[in-house]
Ligand binder design. Structure first.
Ligand code: HEM
Length: 428
């Protein structure tokens, strides 16, 4: 834990509220799949599909990532986030905003989408202001710090595009050609926001928690550069096409369609390979469930790269859904799930038990969440992913519903694990 500014850590309630909300949205995604089956996974841009996408991207991944930033900026970059208690307001507006957006789009209820635009806009602004301030004030120049800054910048861009597009579902006009906007929004959302943050955090936590070897600086820089390039290129294409310039239009079209390719290489091939290699060379050879989450997620890398190629070249919508599931619930979902099981026990131990060290007998950090419980979460998570993928590829309504039930069960096990740890308090 050397180099961490643990005394700067925000109150536990700030971070825990986001960390518990994430799995609640995953539970809702599982319930939606269980109730609607293949209808939610057969047609891109269908209202149910958009609802499901945002339960996972904004609800599950977004909540966990926002909580992680409130925690990591002060502790890892040594820069406190100003007005940190405003996070409670952000949390409330964001959670209700995501619920309204999902319900409004999925049930074609424009008034809810309209409300979501206001709530999400306010929540994201109130989140970005203090977080952005802390990130710019911080003197840290590490690859982790740079990756975090880019992720937060991407959130600003992708939320602007998302909220603009949401007007089309709120009884107003779409900003332009939907497919083009979605391609830019998706690259910023997935590679700019999700992948950049996940990768930046991995450079900090994998060596710290597992005594794994640090990845070489120049390869980390290369990974970050590739992911950044791929995240931004489709937006440059969109901007170019909107600003005109007939002669350059074919180039902008190419950027929009295939510009994310460098990010696929960086996030799905280079980073997983480097991470697995550094884990293999770790000093502490023990393997706990949270490490296995990393290993499974990283081992998916080449499959993700193939799925990305299939999704961008085949017209069959199943390729797009398989890619979406693999990235959101597979790669990113597994890492978030595994890290919650590792970071929440650490936070509870640090805030509640470590001050009592030497005064009374305190439990070890590991004993707060028995490994078997986290392992059950991992097995269910993998089973839900495999079942959903089979359901999509075989167009089986039954398998998609079964996969949905497994997603819900995974979320329940994760929630139970988190509540168990958060419920632990010292005897005195
Ligand atoms: C404030 C945040 C966000 C808002 C307001 C938002 C809004 C929207 C809207 C309105 C659409 C539908 C566009 C249309 O119907 O033409 C859409 C599509 C989409 N968004 Fe978001 N979004 C947000 C964040 C994200 C994030 C973080 C991700 C990914 C990590 C994401 C991934 C997607 C995807 C994949 C689609 C297309 C779904 C499909 O193929 O059916 N969104 N978004």
């Amino acid at each position: 834990m050397g180099g961490l500014s643990l005394s700067q850590a925000p109150p536990l309630t700030v971070v825990a509220s986001f960390f518990v909300t994430g799995p609640l949205f995953a539970l809702a995604a599982g319930a939606l799949l269980l109730l609607t089956g293949l209808d939610a996974l057969s047609q891109p841009f269908a209202p149910l599909t958009l609802g499901l996408t945002h339960l996972l991207t904004l609800g599950f991944l977004g909540s966990v990532m926002m909580g992680a930033l409130y925690q990591m900026i002060p502790v890892v970059l040594g820069e406190p986030v100003p007005w940190v208690r405003s996070a409670h307001l952000v949390h409330a507006a964001f959670s209700v905003g995501v619920a309204c957006l999902v319900y409004g789009i999925a049930a074609t209820a424009p008034a809810f989408v309209f409300g979501a635009i206001g709530l999400l806009g306010a929540a994201i602004l109130l989140f970005l202001l203090p977080i952005g301030l802390a990130l710019t004030r911080s003197k840290a120049r590490t690859q982790t710090a740079r990756g975090m800054r880019f992720a937060v910048f991407s959130l600003l861009l992708l939320a602007t595009l998302g909220l603009w597009m949401a007007h089309g579902h709120a009884g107003m006009a779409f900003p332009g050609e939907r497919l083009r906007f979605v391609d830019a929004h998706l690259s910023l959302g997935f590679f700019g926001w999700v992948a950049s943050l996940l990768i930046a955090i991995s450079w900090q936590v994998v060596p710290m928690f597992y005594l794994a070897e640090e990845q070489p600086e120049r390869l980390r820089r290369l990974t970050r550069g590739l992911v950044m390039l791929g995240a931004l290129a489709p937006s440059v294409g969109l901007l170019g096409l909107r600003l005109g310039g007939e002669s350059l239009a074919p180039m902008f079209e190419l950027l929009l369609r295939y510009g994310a390719a460098p990010a696929v290489v960086g996030a799905f091939l280079l980073h997983p390979w480097l991470t697995l290699r550094s884990i293999q060379r770790r000093k502490r050879k023990r393997r706990d469930a949270s490490l296995r989450f990393w290993q499974v997620a990283m081992a998916l890398g080449p499959v993700l790269a193939l799925a990305a190629v299939a999704a961008s070249t085949l017209t069959d919508p199943r390729a797009r859904f398989a890619y979406g599931l693999l990235t959101l619930w597979g790669w990113a979902g597994l890492v978030m799930h595994g890290m919650l099981g590792r970071i929440v026990p650490f936070l509870v131990w640090f805030h509640r038990f470590s001050p009592l060290a030497g005064i009374e007998k305190i439990p070890s950090m590991k004993s707060l969440l028995p490994d078997a419980r986290a392992e059950l979460g991992l097995r269910l998570h993998v089973a839900s992913l495999v079942t959903l993928l089979a359901g999509v590829l075989l167009s089986s309504d039954l398998l998609v519903r079964a996969g949905g039930a497994l997603v819900a069960l995974t979320a329940i096990v994760l929630l139970r694990n988190l509540m168990l740890v958060l419920g632990r308090t010292p005897a005195t």
